[in-house]
Design a protein around this ligand. Structure first.
Ligand code: NAP
Ligand code: G4F
Length: 385
């Protein structure tokens, strides 16, 4: 049985990757942080009591700032593959916490690479690199596009990217960079723009929220579906030689397009009025189920400069030709389908009837391992201390 160690197992990607690897019959070890509240919601459905025989998921406390623990864990677990996904992942937050972001998102990678080097075992290593590293380089971006980081997060990721290559070249570590463009899902963190929008919609539909405040509406992102992307992390580590790959759909859309489509899917047509920080969206048309809470002409979106970044990445769009030919991958879930999946989830989560296409799309496209997202999990007590 192959053994994998995942840092960031409690995050969006870590949780999907854990599901995927367990389905491939791996023994999966995950590093989690001590928190005063439960932070394991995304993996609760995979958890088995430590006393259960035959369990294949094991959780260990650790932190990317703690070299001793990371080294001891790798030494103890002796994994065949390490998927390094943990990071301070929020770009806007990285401007507020630049040094911490460097410590965790940048140096965290070095700590793990060094631990791998010291165990003298052929461990394969995946580094969660990011399209943010391309920053202001013109789209479409591919493996040879120069980096021009536009945030402390992106600068930290660029450092980690080069450390990964350095350990490959200097010490022969089987180390790969997956340069992933934005990927979303029902498990996306609530403060990233896509999930912020789909959650707000659901809460508006219950009459609990009247307005959504957003930042820059013009930036373009290449948004894909997270469960597809974690499978590619695994594929990279199954290749004969270590290499770096860009992963993205090749389609780029503005934040404005995401908002319009999400609202339209839920039954609201928006009209934009004003410009710049004065711009707002009003309800132009809606289906009858919105009537208890809104009327035509109500303002539902406003721009708030609080969400602007000191320097922005305007346009990300992947040229994933290398992944298409070498990893044999083509994106499956489209932009419209992604929106349907996320809106449906957030509606269902609040107990509201959803348009329902998203659920069907998951089934039709055989993302069986995301089906549990639509069956709400009861959080239970656990003790892994
Ligand atoms: P995420 O949902 O924000 O998850 C981040 C994970 O890192 C969480 O498990 C978090 O633990 C853990 N973590 C944060 N700080 C840590 C620390 N000091 N020590 C140990 N663990 C720590 O991120 P994601 O979207 O799954 O992304 C996974 C990786 O891919 C990240 O490295 C991200 O930068 C990179 N990436 C993501 C995208 C994307 O579009 N999602 C694109 C390109 C690259 P808690 O749960 O306790 O907070
Ligand atoms: O959803 P975002 O916060 O994601 P961002 O900055 O693109 O970063 C994500 O993708 C990266 C891959 O390229 C990852 F490496 C990174 O870890 C993370 O997962 O913002 C997307 C865009 C930005 O241009 C932002 O300025 O949406 C714009 N935006 C507009 N209003 C907003 C908002 N972003 C957020 N978070 N909140 C807003 O209200």
């Amino acid at each position: 049985m192959r053994r994998a160690l995942i840092t960031g197992i409690t995050g969006q990607d870590g949780s999907y990757l854990a599901e995927f690897l367990l389905a491939q019959n791996y023994e999966v070890h995950g590093v989690i942080r001590r928190a005063s509240t439960f932070n394991t919601q995304r993996i609760d459905h995979l958890y088995h009591d430590p006393h259960d025989a035959g369990r294949r998921l094991f959780l260990h406390y650790g932190d990317l700032t703690d070299t001793g623990v990371l080294t001891a864990l790798i030494d103890k677990i002796q994994p065949d593959e390490v998927y390094h996904l943990a990071a301070q992942t929020h770009v806007k937050v990285s401007f507020q916490m630049p040094e911490y972001t460097g410590q965790v998102t940048g140096l965290g990678t070095t700590r793990i690479l060094e631990a791998i080097r010291q165990v003298h075992r052929p461990i394969r290593f995946y580094q969660a690199s990011s399209s943010e590293m391309f920053g202001s380089s013109p789209a479409p971006q591919h493996e040879h596009t120069p980096f021009h980081p536009r945030s402390p997060y992106a600068a930290a990721k660029a450092y980690a990217y080069w450390m990964t290559i350095n350990y490959r070249e200097a010490y022969g570590v089987f180390a790969c960079n997956g340069i992933l463009f934005n990927h979303e899902s029902p498990r996306r963190g609530e403060t990233f723009v896509t999930r912020k929008i789909t959650r707000a919609l659901a809460s508006m539909r219950l009459g609990k929220q009247k307005k959504l405040y957003l930042g820059n509406l013009e930036t373009k992102r290449d948004w894909g579906f997270a469960p597809e992307y974690v499978e590619l992390m695994w594929r990279m580590l199954q290749m004969d030689c270590p290499d770096d790959y860009v992963i993205g759909t090749g389609q780029s859309n503005t934040v404005r397009a995401f908002v319009e489509k999400a609202f339209a899917y839920a039954g609201i047509t928006l009209a934009w009025v004003g410009s710049g920080v004065q711009e707002r969206a009003i309800i132009n048309n809606f289906t009858s189920d919105w009537k208890p809470y809104f009327k035509l002409g109500d303002c539902v979106i406003e721009v708030d400069s609080r969400y602007f970044r000191p320097s922005e990445v305007e346009h990300l769009q992947a040229d994933a030709s290398k992944a298409h030919s070498l990893l044999g991958w083509q994106p499956r879930v489209t932009f419209d389908e992604l929106i349907a999946i996320m809106v449906d989830y957030d509606f269902k989560y609040l107990g509201i009837d959803s348009p329902g296409q998203g659920i069907t799309i998951c089934k039709v496209k055989d993302f069986s391992y995301t089906n549990h997202d639509f069956t709400l999990q009861q959080q239970d007590d656990r003790d892994m201390s």
